[in-house]
Design a protein around this ligand. Structure first.
Ligand SMILES: Nc1nc2c(ncn2[C@@H]2O[C@H](COP(=O)(O)OP(=O)(O)OP(=O)(O)O)[C@@H](O)[C@H]2O)c(=O)[nH]1
Ligand SMILES: [Mg+2]
Length: 310
């Protein structure tokens, strides 16, 4: 049975785990779409998306951010999009950090989800899980490996996109310069304890950022962070707060509305191809919420297809 949002708000981790399992098994049912739309219409958390190449330090940073938020009494939901789980079942790198939280702590919840493809693209399930968790927690953090184009995916799901770059690695910079990558809202240079190389990375990033003109007048801050020493964490918190304030209520609403349109278009295209996505634009849709809209489009297109088959 699909729980209500109210039941989830009072139900703790087990109820949430059950609802997340439904996202993976009951996709496309009316009751699940209704629950997801209820959640999408009543967001609570600010969603941070942490992206960057494998091994850059995303999980280590996630642990540090979660610790700080919990110390302030904020509840936190984490989604770790795991590119390795589908491909090999094993870790991409030997020394990757685990996101470790206190199992007794009822106000932090961590969920791993498989990526859509090997490069770390977000799946429809990830987006649905994010929408649900966004209605339940004060903070949501999505960690996803981003390599080139798949980085753009995180902007489908995050209010603030944080790109992590490691000193001495030119990759992400190359992607940025080539315009392959969606522009992040904040850039973190990780492993700042690596000294001069970290400072050099920061000026490289700042240089690369000047090559872009943004739609808005936000200047993405570049923050040096060392997880083991804690250096730069306060600056990162401050940058997150500043970006949130910059968006404001109306900017956030617009950004999320645009994301919802993108989810629907993506989901429709992946199921029905570009012709299906084109035909969907002409449909009259009664549902208001994104998950109901997506479902209604899928039902209409499927009905049209089966009429052809008959
Ligand atoms: N010196 C130093 N090492 C770090 C820092 N942050 C992370 N590391 C190390 O870098 C390695 C990878 O860190 P992770 O946090 O697992 O990186 P990740 O980006 O989550 O990796 P994937 O999930 O595999 O993409 C681990 O060995 C960490 O201990 C840092 O600030 N300084
Ligand atoms: Mg990780």
């Amino acid at each position: 049975m699909t729980p209500t949002l109210q039941a989830l708000r009072g139900g703790g981790k087990r109820a949430l785990a059950h609802a997340l399992a439904l996202i993976e098994t009951a996709r496309g049912t009316e009751t699940l779409a209704a629950l997801l739309d209820e959640a999408a219409a009543d967001p609570k958390a600010h969603v941070a998306g942490l992206t960057g190449p494998p091994g850059v330090g995303k999980s280590t940073l996630t642990n540090a951010l979660v610790r700080d938020w919990r110390a302030k009494g904020e509840s936190v939901g984490v989604i770790a999009v795991d590119p390795s789980s589908r491909a090999t079942g094993g870790a991409l790198l030997g020394d990757r950090a685990r996101i470790a939280t206190d199992p007794e702590d009822r106000k932090v919840f961590v969920r791993s989800m498989a990526a859509r493809d090997r490069l770390g693209g977000l799946s429809d399930d990830t987006v649905a899980a994010m929408a649900l968790m966004r209605a339940l927690f004060d903070r949501v953090l999505v960690e996803s490996v981003g390599i080139g184009q798949s980085e753009a995916d995180i902007s489908f799901a995050a209010d603030t996109v944080v790109l992590c770059i490691q000193p001495g690695s030119g990759d992400s910079l190359q992607f940025m310069k080539a315009g392959v990558m969606e522009l992040p809202d904040i850039v973190v240079v990780t492993k700042a304890d690596m000294g001069a190389a970290a400072k050099r990375a920061r000026s490289d990033v700042e240089g690369a950022l000047t090559l872009f003109s943004r739609e808005d007048d936000w200047v993405p801050p570049v923050v040096l962070v060392s997880a083991p020493t804690g250096e730069g964490l306060d600056a990162l918190h401050e940058a997150l707060a500043r970006h949130r304030a910059h968006l404001g209520v109306e900017g956030l609403r617009r950004r999320r509305a645009r994301q919802e349109d993108m989810w629907i278009a993506e989901a429709t295209r992946s199921r029905f191809g570009s012709e299906g996505a084109g035909a969907a634009r002409a449909l009259k849709i009664a549902a208001r919420g994104p998950f109901g809209r997506e479902r209604e489009i899928a039902l209409a297109l499927r009905a049209a297809l089966s009429a052809v088959r008959r």
